[in-house]
Write a protein that binds this ligand. Sequence first.
Ligand SMILES: *Cc1c(COP(=O)(O)O)cnc(C)c1O
Length: 366
Amino acid sequence: MNKLNRLNFSGGPGALPESVLLQAREALLEVPEVGLSVLGISHRSDWFAAVISELEANVRKLLGVSQDYHVLLLQGGATQQFSMLPMTLLRGETHPADYLHTGYWSGKAIPEARREGPIRVLWSGEADGFRRLPGDDELPFSPDAPYMHYVSNETVEGVQFHRQLGRDDVPRICDMSSDFLSRPCAAEQFAMIYAHAQKNIGPAGVTVVLMRDGLLRDAPTGLPGFLDYRRHIETHSNYNTPPVFAIYVVLLVTRWLMNEIGGLVPMDAINRKKAGLLYRVMDASEGFYRGRAETKDRSLMNVVFNLPSPEIEKRFLAEALAAGFSGLAGHRAIGGVRASIYNALTLSAVEEFAGFMENFQRGQKG
Ligand SMILES: *Cc1c(COP(=O)(O)O)cnc(C)c1O
C-alpha cells in the first residue's frame, strides 16, 4: 500500500487507524457481503441493521454498560446536542441546571441551554484563560438541579478532567467529544454521554449519544421529530436517512479498539505514554516550550503550548509541516501550537514528533 505522507496531529477531524482507512477504502468500492459500494447501500437493508446493532453492542461492551443504556447515532454534531439536551430536560424547569465553564466548548453549550430554561454557571475559568480546572471544593453542586453538564476534555485549551464530577442523585451529562473511548470512564455513573465522531472515533457526520433508560420520563411532548430522542430510540437510529458510511467507519474503529488494541485499558496506557513523551520534552525545555495547562489538568489528547515568540511559533509550524507533521496550529481562538494525539495517532508518530521538538529547540540555540 502507499503510505500516507503526513501524520495528522489535527484537533479535528483527527487521525484514523490505518487499518480502518484501508477497510473504508475497500468498502467505498464494494462491501463484499452486499456487492455494492457502501455509499449506495440502503439504510433499510439488513446489512445496515446489523451494522447498527453491532456498533451499539460494541459501544456498550467497550464502556461496560448494560442494556439499560440506549446507544444513539445522531447527526448535527456535538453542537446540536448543546440544544437538544436542554430542549428535552430544561424546558419548564424552575430549578437551574448546573453548567461548568471550563473552556471554549463548554462556553458554546451555555448560551444554547440558557435559551431553553434556567441554568447556573457553577464555575468559570474564563478569568484565568482556562488554564486550570476546578477542584471539588470549588464545585458546590446543587441537589435540586435537573442535571449537571460539563466537558471532560477541552479540546482548544488542552485541559482534561481526570475524575468524574457531580453528585449521584443528579443526572451527570458530559460532552466527551474529544476523549470518548480514549480511556475507561465509569460510564454507568453518567445519565448521558455524547461525543461526535470526528475527533477520536470516526469521520464527521455522526454523534454517539449514550443515554440511561428513564432519563426521558418527563421529557416534553411536541418536540420536532428529529429533535426528540424518543424517535431515535424507537427506530434504532434509523428515523431518517442516517450517514451510513460514517457510521460504518465508527463501527470499524470500535472493532479496531476491541480486536487490535484490546479495549480501553490498553488504549489508555498507550495514550498516557504518548502524552507523557510530549510533556516530558516540554518540561525539560527550560521554558522554551511553555505549556498552557496547569500540570494536574493537562490533557492526554490535546497538548497545547507556546514558544518564546509568535515568529518562532510560525517557524516551528512551517518546519513541522515540511517534516510531515500536519495540523499543529493552535485553535483560531487562542493560537500557539496544539498537538492532538487522539487514539489513532501511534506511539511511534508521537516519538518522531517529540524528536522533532527537541531538534527544533537545539537549532534555535545555534
Ligand atoms: C469539537 C468539539 C465540539 C464541536 O462539535 P461539532 O461536531 O463541530 O458540533 C463540541 N464539543 C467538544 C468538546 C469539541 O471538542
